[in-house]
Ligand binder design. Structure first.
Ligand code: DNO
Length: 394
C-alpha cells in the first residue's frame, strides 16, 4: 500500500500544466474552483466540468483544497446560516460527482502568511520565508493596528522602530503585499483599508469564541459528511500561532483534541501539514500523528527550518526541522492498519508542498510562489523514494 501521490493544481490558469503533473509522476489532483466567489454554491455542472478536464489528462481529482469557509461563518454574522447551507450544498454536489475529500481551514481573515517569497538559498534557489521582526514592523508601523503595542515586549517595539526607519520603500511594499494580497490559494486579498475594516469584525471574538464557532459549524457539516461519505480535513494554522491580534485555534495537539471530543465522527478529520505544525518547537509531530492517525485524510509534506528569533523558511523536503522519516514510517504503518480494517481510504493522499523556485523556474515569466513545478517535482521524488524505502524495510 502506497500513499496516493497528488499535486495541487490551480486550474486552467496555472502555469504548470496537467501534463507536467503527469510527468512529475503524480496520479491525483488537488483542486478548487477558485473562480466561484467564496460562499457561493459549487454547482454540479461546474464541478463536473473541472473533473472532466482533469480526467481527460489521465489524472483524478482526489482532493478539494479548499472549500473555503466564509468569514461570516467564522464570525457568525449577517447571513451566515444561509452560507452554511450553501456550503452543505457544495458538499452534496461534490459527492454527486464522486469527489470525497475536502480540505478547509478556519484561520481568521488571513490564510497562510509569509513575509518574503524569494529568500535566496546558498544554491541559488529561492524559498518562502516568515520573518518575525518584519511582521512586527508591519503590525506596528505599516498597519498601525490599534493595541498592537500590547502584543510585543519593549525590546521588540524598540527594535521594530529602528528597523522601520531603515526599510526601503520596496521592502515596505513587499511586506504589505505579501501580508494583504493573499498568497496562492488564499481566496481573499485586501487593501490596507479593507483589512482594517475586516480586523474590526473580530473585536470581541477571542480564541474561545472562535472555537465555539468552529464547533457549531462542524455540528452542521459533519453529520452530512458522514451521510455522503465525505472526509473533511481541517488544515492547521500557518503559521501555528496568533497573528496581528487575531485568534488562531488549530495550531496544537490540544486544539485538535478539543474539536474531536466535541464532534467525534471520523469524517471530522485532519490535513496533516508537517510544515505548518513543525514551525512550533513544542509540537511533537509524531505524537500528534499517533493521537489522531485514523482521522488523517490528507497529507501536506514539507519541512520548515526555524530559528530562536521566531523566523522560519521552507527547507528542502527531507531536511529542516521535520523528521520526514519518522512521519512517513507512521504513514506506512497507518495505511497497513487501514488495509487490515478493510478501510476504503487505506491509501492516504499526499502532496509535496511548497517547493523551492529553482532551475528553469527562476526565469519563467510567471510562477505561483511555493507552487512552481521543479521544486515540487524534486520534493515529490524525494518523498516517493523515502516511502518506497520504508515500505521495503519494515
Ligand atoms: C498553503 C496552503 C494553504 C491551505 C489552506 C487550506 O500553501 O497549505 O493555502 O491550502 O489554508 O485550507
Amino acid at each position: 500500500m502506497k500513499m496516493t501521490q497528488t499535486w495541487r493544481w490551480y486550474g486552467p490558469n496555472d502555469p504548470v500544466s496537467l501534463l507536467d503533473v503527469r510527468q512529475a509522476g503524480a496520479t491525483g489532483i488537488v483542486n478548487a474552483l477558485h473562480h466561484i466567489p467564496n460562499g457561493d454554491i459549487w454547482s454540479v455542472e461546474e464541478i463536473q466540468k473541472r473533473k472532466n478536464e482533469i480526467e481527460k489528462a489521465g489524472l483524478t481529482w482526489d482532493v478539494v483544497e479548499s472549500l473555503p469557509v466564509h468569514e461570516k461563518i467564522k464570525t457568525r454574522t449577517e447571513d451566515f446560516e444561509q452560507i452554511i447551507q450553501n456550503y452543505k450544498q457544495s458538499m452534496k454536489n461534490l459527492a454527486a460527482c464522486s469527489v470525497y475529500v475536502i480540505c478547509y481551514n478556519f484561520m481568521p481573515i488571513l490564510d497562510w502568511t509569509r513575509t518574503r517569497l524569494d529568500m535566496p538559498l546558498k544554491d541559488g534557489s529561492l524559498a518562502l520565508e516568515y520573518n518575525a521582526s518584519e511582521l512586527r514592523v508591519f503590525d506596528l508601523h505599516i498597519l498601525q493596528r490599534e493595541g498592537a503595542q500590547q502584543d510585543y515586549t519593549p525590546q521588540e517595539i524598540e527594535q521594530a522602530k529602528k528597523q522601520f526607519k531603515d526599510l526601503e520603500t520596496s521592502d515596505i511594499q513587499r511586506i504589505s503585499d505579501n501580508m494583504l494580497k493573499g498568497l496562492p490559494g488564499s481566496e481573499e486579498g485586501y487593501s490596507m483599508e479593507e483589512f482594517k475594516t475586516m480586523l474590526d469584525t473580530y473585536k470581541g471574538i477571542d480564541a474561545d469564541q472562535l472555537r465555539s464557532h468552529l464547533v457549531k459549524f462542524l455540528e452542521e457539516i459533519i453529520p452530512l459528511a458522514e451521510e455522503l461519505g465525505i472526509r473533511m480535513c481541517i488544515h492547521p494554522d500557518d503559521p501555528p500561532f496568533s497573528l496581528l491580534g487575531l485568534p488562531r485555534i488549530m495550531s496544537t495537539r490540544s486544539d485538535y483534541q478539543y474539536i474531536f471530543e466535541k464532534v467525534t465522527p471520523l469524517s471530522n478529520g485532519i490535513t496533516f501539514c508537517t510544515g505548518s505544525l513543525g514551525v512550533r518547537a513544542d509540537n511533537d509531530l509524531a505524537a500528534i500523528f499517533d493521537a489522531f492517525a485514523d482521522r488523517i485524510h490528507f497529507l501536506h509534506l514539507r519541512s520548515t527550518k526555524r530559528d530562536a528569533q521566531g523566523n522560519f523558511f521552507e527547507a528542502d523536503h527531507l531536511t529542516g526541522d521535520v523528521d520526514m522519516f519518522e512521519i512517513i514510517t507512521r504513514v506506512v504503518r497507518e495505511q497497513r492498519r487501514r488495509v487490515d480494517e478493510n478501510r476504503q481510504d487505506a491509501s492516504i493522499p499526499m502532496r509535496p508542498d511548497h517547493g523551492h523556485q529553482m532551475l528553469d523556474d527562476l526565469v519563467k515569466p510567471k510562477i505561483n510562489p511555493g507552487y512552481s513545478a521543479i521544486g515540487r517535482l524534486r520534493g515529490l521524488a524525494e518523498l516517493r523514494g523515502l516511502e518506497w524505502g520504508i515500505n521495503k524495510m519494515i
